[in-house]
Design a protein. Structure first.
Ligand SMILES: Nc1ncnc2c1ncn2[C@@H]1O[C@H](COP(=O)(O)OP(=O)(O)OP(=O)(O)O)[C@@H](O)[C@H]1O
Ligand SMILES: [Mg+2]
Length: 232
């Protein structure tokens, strides 16, 4: 089917999201709509605290909305219980969190292979891919280290590799090039460019080097997503 006539792969309809801090209610999103088609490359940018991470967490079903509908592949996330949502997420979405979230008691390689185990697939089918990705991101020498022994930039690279291991259809990436040196940034750009057109990619970034890849760029602003005009 033609890309432009397919139904959206991700849909947010009339989404409200607030946080409560003590007795105070802080509205982040009100009546927000968003749609993204298969194989779109979407960038979210904007100032700290504007809601970029929260948008990705809503799409991943890691944060429930207060009102409105969130659909991924046509499935309304609210209809899943926690267990089925976790299984759905592990088989369709690769997520690179801003803060990594590696399991501290597992080595780098074990962390990378964890989604394979969670998805109940055979690890042996993914070991070569894990090593290829470790090499691609200059991390093979750290395969047997524990997360506390690696640097912040290395930690984020492991999180990136872990998100890619199962070749998910949707990739959500929160600031992948923050804390990276130039060589690693280039490796991450290369990977995102290679995956563009193969996967649906939503990236939070401040890096103007990534902007030209984007089909659309959004800034969370005034409770909604505002489309940034142009790429400059
Ligand atoms: N669990 C929470 N409880 C209370 N407030 C929260 C919570 N999560 C996020 N917020 C608030 O919502 C707003 C948006 O947070 P979010 O993490 O989405 O911002 P961001 O755009 O990703 O920022 P940054 O660029 O610093 O990562 C912030 O003001 C934040 O303090
Ligand atoms: Mg954030």
């Amino acid at each position: 089917m033609d890309k432009d006539t397919s139904p959206p792969i991700i849909e947010l309809h009339g989404v409200f999201k607030h946080f409560k801090i003590g007795k105070e209610k802080i509205d982040l999103f009100k009546d927000l709509d968003f749609a993204c088609n298969e194989k779109d490359f979407v960038v979210f940018t904007g100032p700290s605290g504007c809601g970029k991470t929260t948008i990705l967490q809503i799409i991943a079903g890691l944060t429930r909305v207060n009102q409105g509908k969130v659909k991924v592949f046509g499935h309304e996330l609210d209809n899943f219980n926690e267990e089925s949502l976790a299984l759905f997420r592990s088989s369709t979405i690769g997520i690179v969190f801003q803060l990594g979230h590696l399991i501290e008691t597992l080595t780098v390689l074990e962390n990378i292979l964890l989604p394979v185990e969670l998805a109940q697939r055979d690890e042996r089918d993914y070991e070569k891919r894990a090593w290829d990705l470790l090499n691609e991101f200059y991390m093979s020498h750290r395969a047997h280290s524990l997360p506390r022994m690696i640097s912040g930039g290395e930690y984020q690279r492991v999180a990136f590799i872990r998100a890619l291991i199962l070749e998910p259809q949707i990739l959500l990436v929160d600031e992948p090039t923050a804390n990276q040196d130039e060589q690693t940034k280039q490796a991450i750009f290369r990977k995102l460019t290679e995956l563009k057109g193969q996967k649906t990619i939503l990236v939070i970034t401040h890096s103007r080097d990534i902007f030209p890849q984007a089909d659309r760029i959004y800034i969370p602003s005034e409770f909604k997503l505002r489309e940034k005009n142009g790429i400059a």
